[in-house]
Design a protein around this ligand. Structure first.
Ligand code: ARG
Length: 252
């Protein structure tokens, strides 16, 4: 009995700390890029739902993936899978199912604020290569790498081959100004794009933005793709890493 109530209390504490724990019991490209032809980014993974490609992600532990909350919110954990060590959609790679999808209580579906999720894998990938997180804010103008299988143009299709681009970070002030009347650019978001030329797009969501060799952002949302007026919006890891560390400490 004692054991049982202790477990219940623990579950409640975890619930208030994490927000949503979608477990087995309960329970969600790049424009102007170049093709990745060798396995240069071994930490990049794909998230599939019922076998179909949905989003990108990154390995932050050999048993944990970082992605966007909006990539997992609508799906049951049982039907999600992680595909690692592959750069082509035709290749399944190393496949794992997911034990828990951890979404922060701050995540807002409507505004995409705090768009981050930690996925704990059913079993570790022994050969996994992990990416370190960028824990400080990235300077405006920094050129960052974004990789993904997303659309190569606004109303396009996903790209079979993984694509890569480098995009400069845009100041939050400038980004807020561009998105006025459309959506809030909060302190948990950062923006980047090379206006009209290089950008992320549908399908790139959840994938990593790497600045100075560390993961600084997660592909989140944007108005169209590759437009001159609108940069893409990324989750700012320096602002949400508290949640990430906490989730990893408890579950990974
Ligand atoms: N929300 C999109 C997805 O789910 C990614 C958006 C990336 N940026 C853009 N400008 N559309 O894949």
């Amino acid at each position: 009995m004692c054991q049982f109530s202790r477990q219940l209390v623990l579950q409640l504490i975890l619930y208030f700390a994490i927000g949503h724990i979608y477990g087995k019991q309960v329970f969600k490209s790049i424009v102007g890029g170049g093709a990745v032809i060798q396995q240069k980014y071994p930490y990049y993974v794909r998230l599939h739902y019922r076998g179909e490609f949905k989003c990108g992600g990154s390995l932050v532990r050999n048993n944990a993936v970082l992605t966007a909350a909006h990539c997992v919110e609508d799906f049951s954990v049982e039907e999600l899978s992680i595909h690692a060590d592959t750069i082509n959609l035709d290749d399944n790679g190393v496949v794992r199912t997911i034990k828990y999808a951890l979404v922060p209580k701050e995540y807002d579906k409507e505004t995409k604020n705090y768009d981050v999720a930690v996925l704990i894998l059913s079993s570790a990938i022994p050969s996994a290569s992990v990416i370190t997180l960028h824990k400080t804010a990235v300077a405006v103008g920094t050129s960052c790498l974004v990789i993904g299988h997303g659309y190569t143009k606004e109303n396009g299709v996903v790209s079979n081959q993984l694509q890569e681009i480098h995009v400069p970070v845009v100041s939050r002030k400038v980004c807020q100004h561009k998105y006025r009347g459309i959506g809030a650019i909060t302190q948990y978001m950062m923006c980047a794009s090379e206006p009209g030329r290089k950008d992320s797009c549908s399908g790139d969501s959840g994938g990593p933005m790497i600045c100075n060799g560390k993961q600084a952002g997660i592909v989140s949302w944007g108005m169209g793709c590759g437009r001159v007026e609108y940069p893409s919006v990324y989750t700012d890891i320096s602002k949400v890493h508290g949640f990430i560390e906490h989730a990893l400490k408890l579950y990974a």
